[in-house]
Design a protein around this ligand. Structure first.
Ligand code: NDP
Ligand code: PYC
Length: 335
């Protein structure tokens, strides 16, 4: 199916309203999944609506939750999502987070008690647009074995980072600390395609190219062996106990076999370069440009470049949805 961005936005909004989401959630969630689809981040585009509705039906998410923004400490904002989906909590906490970063130079926001389904770059872009440097971390469900271990302990635990670049798209990376996001393995299973070796092992701990064997009884693997494993543990700690919220193992226990989206917290940390550098800010941001030029001169590409190119393409031509996904999305309007 070839659909315009307006078409997919309307479809996403209709599905969310049909399932009783309040208008704030409709707008925040639709915005997030449409951006994912637009930038060809297929694992976190419209596909996520299937999991969102399944989570609601399993009673593991609240469609009319009202996020509560708490001015917790001079540099800390907390947002209690009260069981709702994270994008609205992020939106509502954003102004206070930005104010705190501007006044103190550094600030953090903890989103608690939320269903988390999204790509983190969506939030990082909103912060970088304000001229801030930003990082985000969140656990998920315990699907990933630690390097050298035999059973899942970690979530897919993404880390995202953004740096503003005057006159250019921002430098943003955003990746799971597993070899790949769970969503991508699920998409391979839906399309009946083999996964590359290195993404996961089967129930016996044997390397496999069978997505189903990884999802049902197997384990995902970390990226970069022990290094990804340690980073994944860091995400568990920062966006779990540090903010008083669930680890991936606890999120999976809360799930209780319902196969819902993960339920836990998220930590965002932002820095205001103007506060760090004062009048010298522009000079140093310009110096940073030579790093990006160096990467490109070396023949590499910057992270997010593929995404920015996909965005331009989607804005001009619309997006392509697999027929099976389009059919499953339409079914959500009947159920
Ligand atoms: P990838 O392994 O594809 O890595 C994504 C990042 O690496 C992007 O920033 C990407 O840029 C960049 N990148 C990829 N290839 C290159 C390259 N050759 N040179 C330079 N940069 C490159 O994605 P993941 O599967 O790890 O993660 C996908 C998404 O899943 C993320 O957005 C993440 O937030 C989300 N996720 C969310 C979770 C949650 O709990 N909410 C859990 C796990 C993942 P580009 O996009 O331009 O290719
Ligand atoms: O793709 O790993 C993933 C994921 C987990 C929660 C949201 N996305």
């Amino acid at each position: 199916m070839q659909l315009s961005l307006t078409d997919i936005r309307e479809l996403a909004e209709r599905i969310l309203r049909h399932h009783g989401f309040t208008e704030g959630h409709v707008q925040a969630v639709a915005d997030t999944v449409v951006r994912g689809q637009r930038d060809e981040c297929h694992s976190h585009g419209l596909y996520r609506l299937l999991g969102i509705v399944a989570t609601l039906k399993a009673g593991k998410g609240v469609a009319d939750a009202e996020p509560e923004v708490i001015d917790h400490a001079p540099a800390v904002v907390k947002v209690n999502a009260h069981g709702g989906f994270s994008p609205l909590s992020f939106r509502q906490g954003l102004p206070l987070l930005v104010d705190k970063a501007r006044s103190g130079g550094i600030a953090a926001m903890a989103i608690n008690n939320c269903v988390h389904f999204s790509a983190l770059w969506v939030e990082i872009e909103a912060l970088v647009e304000q001229g801030l440097v930003a990082m985000a971390f969140t656990p998920s469900h315990a699907w990933v074995a630690p390097a050298g271990g035999r059973k899942p302990v970690f979530g897919t635990n993404p880390i995202a980072f953004g740096w503003p670049r005057p006159g250019h798209n921002p430098y943003i990376f955003d990746f799971a600390t597993s070899a790949i996001a769970r969503g991508d393995i699920e998409l391979h299973r839906r399309a009946d395609k083999p996964i590359p070796l290195g993404w996961g092992v089967d129930a016996e701990g044997q390397p496999t190219t069978d997505a189903n064997a990884v999802i049902n009884g197997g384990s995902m693997l970390t990226f970069g062996g022990h290094k990804g494993s340690a980073l994944s543990a860091m995400v568990e700690l920062l966006a779990g106990p540090l903010i008083g919220d669930l680890t991936s193992a606890e999120s999976l226990a809360f799930d209780d076999g319902s196969r819902s989206l993960p339920y836990h917290g998220e930590l965002l940390v932002v820095f205001d370069p103007k506060r760090f550098l004062g009048d010298d800010c522009d000079t140093h941001l310009l110096r940073a440009e030579s790093l990006f030029e160096g990467i490109i001169d070396a023949g590499a590409r910057l992270p997010s470049q593929r995404r920015y190119e996909a965005r331009l393409r989607s804005e001009a031509q619309g997006v392509e949805l697999p027929d099976a996904l389009y059919a499953d999305l339409l079914k959500l309007l009947e159920a």
